[in-house]
Every structure is written in structure tokens, then in C-alpha cells.
Design a protein around this ligand. Structure first.
Ligand code: NAD
Length: 346
């Protein structure tokens, strides 16, 4: 097995304009890595948000952005083949159509990006001799798995929605390339990630904006669902550990927090950090939703030296401070636009 990449090299980061990807790129550039970011600015949420995430990266000599779509193998290969420093030492594949509920509406779209896109990238890695491949999988692959906390050794993987099934397929495609073609493939099952720049469709971010606007928040079922929330910084440290992993050719790790928080507790904590009161709109359980997620993190602690550092209250405070700052900035921009608009007729 070739040596892994613990020293700065050239990382190809897909989805590098998104929530998690942009934090990872911050950390890689700060440590002297060269980074090629591939992102197609998928319209699932606002392109401007992603442009804002990468604005500081564009100033960096060691960074390039390739606006390319993973679904289009030929265009992708042509873009990736343009030289930029040393060859890719590692691929970190974060790009995906994410979001459970949306996958029920567009299952084929999810298969195209998450399965065909992953296949195209694995083919590229194989053809061009890239040795290490880190894949963003998801806690959702466990679905109905009855034994909690979920452990990687549990093979009762019972996905409940199209998104989860595409993530499981991605892990299996990775196994093919590890077993048959000698690529080192590390799959990381992220557990609900939160914090600054969080995707706007995810519960904490969505609820916070509704609460600050005085609007009701939708709560499904009896509100008893629980999540193992993971602060983005832990995800970055897990990904960095996986990039440097030089053990077996194929490994899967849970990347979570090993603490679950109930939905109603989450709402109470959000009320505290935002200084506002939530109006709850009770709705039926949603199809494809998991009632509880909970990570056993023994394996990643043992093999990658992973440690949880940020507790939920601290992470939530940082998220709230970031959101308030963001809303102030947006209001300022709105004011400027309005003022400019009012000045124009003269
Ligand atoms: P995100 O949507 O913010 O980032 C994904 C990025 O991929 C986006 O910038 C998007 O434009 C890009 N992308 C989508 N389709 C593409 C395509 N066809 N070609 C090129 N780029 C494309 O999402 P995120 O929350 O940062 O998630 C990153 C990864 O982590 C995803 O693979 C997601 O499934 C996984 N994950 C996230 C969470 C979470 O809680 N955020 C939990 C489990 C797994």
C-alpha cells in the first residue's frame, strides 16, 4: 500500500464550495496544501452563499476552482487534467445532492449525482493513479438498524430514503476500487453536521431563521426524534485524519459525537442562544425520516486519533453568533441596494 498523505500535497476536493467543503478548504490552505475545488454550484440552495464561502479561497495562490459537474465524465476529466502544481495526492469527495426529504422528490437526480458522479471520480482516480480517496458517507445508511449506538461492524444497513441508498452505494463502489484496483478508500459516515455556514435546509439553520422572523417551525411526529449532532470542526479533523490514514485499503468510520439530543431540547437550546421563543407547528411524521441517530465512535478514536472537542452548547452559540452577523450583513446589503435604488432616479 502506498504511503498516505500526512504532509501537505495537492488535494482534489469536490463540493468544496459547500458547507463542509469550504471549512475543509480553509483548513487545508492554512496548512500549506494545494487545493483544486470542483463544484457545479448545484441550485439546491443559493449559489451566492457558496460564492461567499469560497471568496477567501480565491485570493489564495494554492487554490483553484473548477466549475464542473461530476455527472459529465468527459468534461470532468478535461477539467481535472489541466495541470496545477503537483499531481493529486488525495481526493476528498464531498460533492453530493444532500438532503433526505428532497431525495424523495427527485430520486433519479440523487442517483445521477451521488452514484454516477462518484463512479466517474473513482474511474478518474484509477486511471490517473491517485492513491487515496476519502468519501463523505452518511449516518443515514444505518436507517432502521436496530442496535444503537450504531457501529461500523453492524452490517444490518437498512436505508429509509433514496439519499441514504446512494450513500451506501458510494461505499460499495469504493470497496470495488479498493479490493480490485488497489485504491485506498476511506468512507466517513457523517452524523448531522451543524455550525457556521450550515446548509439552510438543515433543522438548526432552518429553525433559527424562522424563529428570528417570528414564524412557526415545523416539528414532525411527536417531536421525540433525536440526533447525534456533530460540530463542523470535528468533521474537518476526521476528514484530515482519513486523508493521512495509511492502514488497510478499505475502511468505514462513523464520524459523530456519541451524544444524542432530542428535537425539543434542541429547540429550547436554540431559544436560549437566540433569545427568542419558538412557535411550533406540529406535523405528521415524514416518510423516510429516521427517529434517532447515534454514533459509536470507538473505531475512529482508535484508528484516526479522533477526539470530540466542541460540546453542543458551545457549537450552538458559535452558530447563533455567525447567523446574527450574517443577517446583519445581509440587512446592510439590502439597505445599500435600497439606497442606491432610491438615489438612481435623480
Ligand atoms: P453542501 O450542499 O453544502 O455541499 C455539497 C456541494 O456539492 C455543494 O457546493 C454543491 O454545489 C456540490 N455539488 C452538488 N452536485 C454536484 C455535481 N453534480 N458536481 C459538482 N459539485 C456538485 O452539503 P454539505 O452539508 O456540505 O455536505 C457535504 C457532504 O457531506 C455531502 O456528500 C453530504 O451528503 C455529506 N453529509 C452531510 C451531512 C450534514 O449534516 N451536512 C451529514 C451526512 C453526510
Amino acid at each position: 500500500m502506498p504511503p498516505a498523505t500526512s504532509v501537505p500535497g495537492h488535494a482534489l476536493v469536490t463540493g468544496g464550495a459547500g458547507f463542509i467543503g469550504s471549512h475543509l478548504v480553509d483548513s487545508l490552505l492554512a496548512d500549506g496544501w494545494t487545493v483544486t475545488c470542483v463544484d457545479n454550484f448545484d441550485p439546491y440552495y443559493d449559489e451566492a452563499t457558496k460564492r461567499r464561502n469560497i471568496a477567501p479561497h480565491l485570493e489564495h495562490r494554492g487554490y483553484r476552482l473548477l466549475q464542473a459537474d461530476l455527472r459529465d465524465a468527459a468534461t470532468l476529466e478535461a477539467a481535472l487534467d489541466q495541470p496545477f502544481g503537483s499531481p493529486y495526492s488525495v481526493i476528498v469527495h464531498l460533492a453530493a445532492k444532500a438532503g433526505v426529504r428532497n431525495s424523495l422528490l427527485d430520486p433519479l437526480g440523487y442517483q445521477m449525482t451521488n452514484m454516477v458522479g462518484t463512479q466517474n471520480l473513482l474511474s478518474y482516480a484509477h486511471k490517473h493513479g491517485v492513491k487515496q480517496f476519502v468519501f463523505a458517507s452518511s449516518s443515514s445508511v444505518y436507517g432502521d438498524c436496530p442496535r444503537l449506538p450504531w457501529s461500523e461492524s453492524d452490517l444490518d444497513l437498512l436505508p429509509l430514503n433514496p439519499y441514504a441508498s446512494t450513500k451506501l452505494a458510494g461505499e460499495q463502489l469504493g470497496y470495488v476500487y479498493a479490493r480490485t484496483f488497489g485504491l485506498r478508500f476511506v468512507g466517513l459516515r457523517f452524523f448531522t453536521v451543524y455550525g457556521e455556514r450550515q446548509r439552510p435546509d438543515l433543522a438548526i439553520h432552518k429553525f433559527a431563521r424562522l424563529m428570528l422572523a417570528g414564524k412557526p417551525i415545523p416539528v414532525y411526529g411527536d417531536g421525540s426524534s433525536e440526533r447525534d449532532f456533530t460540530y463542523w470542526d470535528e468533521i474537518v479533523s476526521g476528514v484530515r485524519g482519513a486523508m493521512a490514514y495509511d492502514g488497510s485499503a478499505y475502511e468505514i468510520f462513523n464520524l459523530g459525537n456519541n451524544r444524542t439530543i432530542g428535537l425539543l431540547d434542541t429547540i429550547r437550546k436554540l431559544e436560549n442562544v437566540l433569545g427568542t421563543t419558538a412557535k411550533i407547528e406540529w406535523q405528521d411524521w415524514q416518510p423516510g425520516e429516521m427517529r434517532r441517530t447515534w454514533a459509536n465512535i470507538d473505531k475512529i478514536e482508535r484508528l484516526l486519533g479522533y477526539r470530540v472537542k466542541t460540546d453542543f452548547d458551545t457549537g450552538l452559540k458559535r452558530f447563533a453568533a455567525w447567523l446574527e452577523q450574517r443577517l446583519r450583513e445581509d440587512a446592510g446589503i439590502g439597505l445599500l441596494v435600497n439606497n442606491a435604488g432610491m438615489a438612481a432616479p435623480g
